[in-house]
Write a protein that binds this ligand. Sequence first.
Ligand SMILES: Cc1cc2nc3c(=O)[nH]c(=O)nc-3n(C[C@H](O)[C@H](O)[C@H](O)COP(=O)(O)OP(=O)(O)OC[C@H]3O[C@@H](n4cnc5c(N)ncnc54)[C@H](O)[C@@H]3O)c2cc1C
Length: 181
Amino acid sequence: MGRSRTAIVVGGGIGGLAAGIGLHERGWQVRVLERAAEFTEVGAGISVWSNALRALDLIGGGLADEVRAHGDIELQGGIEARNGRWLSRVDADEVVRRFGPVIMMHRAELLQILLDRNPPSSLVPDVEVTHVEADGTVAHDDGEDRADLVVGADGLNSTVRQSCGMKPSLRGTPGTRRGAG
Ligand SMILES: Cc1cc2nc3c(=O)[nH]c(=O)nc-3n(C[C@H](O)[C@H](O)[C@H](O)COP(=O)(O)OP(=O)(O)OC[C@H]3O[C@@H](n4cnc5c(N)ncnc54)[C@H](O)[C@@H]3O)c2cc1C
């Protein structure tokens, strides 16, 4: 039998932990490197949109159903400017008709579901990645590792992205999202 393929996921947020589960489910040996001392999320709500639920369905293992069971169906929502003016309103019935349900849940709860599905031994907190190379070398503040695959899930100002020669692209207007279940 050949050795299992190895992956290093840089960043243990929602994206990195979901990638970790998907790779683990498919037989990869995964390590998720997170610079924070703990894997945590801020105490706010999140809308899990229909396409995100479909992505979780694809990861498999009943993950999407577990997320659905913890959320409330979102009934209305939109984006407000700072002065309270609505920039866009979501017609929830139309969204559901076209794409399927959207659910709202607590971020910490979503993160816990994802954490519980990653093997504990694969979760490595307190390691900050400083640079990655195209050959799978990952330099971090605890030394250096190498993997067959490196996944950049390190959020805004991504170190992985910059290591690949891509500049951060930050655009946008401050606003507030509101949703109600
Ligand atoms: C106010 C607000 C509301 C939002 N609401 C929604 C919503 O309702 N629905 C929705 O789908 N999206 C929403 N979003 C967007 C959503 O929150 C983000 O897209 C999502 O959290 C990104 O997850 P991520 O795992 O890719 O990145 P992040 O959550 O940024 O996680 C990146 C992780 O990588 C770690 N990290 C960074 N650099 C390194 C490094 N060099 N080495 C090791 N670890 C590193 C960080 O510590 C962090 O834990 C919202 C965003 C904001 C700001």
